[in-house]
Design a protein around this ligand. Structure first.
Ligand code: BEZ
Length: 200
């Protein structure tokens, strides 16, 4: 199997961290590619017509996308327990929340990088940051139980979302207002899988 990746993508990082946690990284070849919403670049659109990352090619089911589908597939294929039955819906919901933080922060990156200055909308970017802030507020207020669960896919997604905020949006500090999330992240970001995949 081949995983199409970009080292800056928090969505692709999620899958690589999951593979490492499942001791399965040697079963998947990682191929780095690059593209944007306006130019698919080297992303293989023959494997994923959406021209998005990550894409996992060569499975028994053909090419798989997006990161949530691939994460479920690798967990099942490599017999992991990243979606434990006892917390199944909570983990799915929290993974969706973390993916939403990634979506909003990646869209904010692209707004500044891909659109010309005169077309950029401050209001639209502010809307994306409201989504991120509300999601972190929700985790801070009532996420303690979830953060304390054994390793699961939603925690991996959250670690990657926070890592992306630090990587591309360090001018928007999230730690001060979210000390419980930060306390959790301090430890989580020290996992070997997270250290090995930190974007630079
Ligand atoms: C980035 O450079 O921020 C990026 C690259 C690929 C996917 C998402 C984000």
């Amino acid at each position: 199997m081949k995983l199409y990746n970009n080292p800056a993508s928090p969505f692709a990082r999620k899958v690589i961290v999951a593979l490492m946690e499942l001791n399965a990284s040697d079963q998947v070849e990682i191929i780095n590619v690059a593209g944007t919403p306006v130019n698919s670049g080297t992303i293989p659109v023959s494997e994923n017509p959406l021209g998005k990352l990550p894409t996992l090619a060569g499975t028994l089911h053909g090419s798989l996308y997006d990161s949530r589908v691939i994460s479920k597939f690798v967990n099942s294929h490599f017999k992991g327990n990243l979606y434990p039955a006892a917390n199944y819906w909570q983990v799915l919901k929290m993974e969706a929340l973390a993916d939403g933080i990634m979506d909003a922060s990646v869209l904010s990156t692209y707004e500044k990088r891909v659109r010309s200055k005169e077309k950029q909308s401050e209001e639209w970017v502010a809307g994306q940051w409201n989504k991120i802030t509300r999601s972190l507020d929700a985790l801070e207020e009532s996420g303690e139980e979830f953060l304390g669960l054994p390793l699961n896919m939603a925690q991996i997604a959250l670690g990657c979302a926070l890592g992306y905020l630090d990587f591309r949006h360090s001018d928007r500090p999230w730690r001060t207002e979210h000390p419980k999330v930060e306390y959790w992240n301090q430890e989580f970001s020290q996992r070997a899988s997270m250290r090995a995949t930190r974007p630079e």
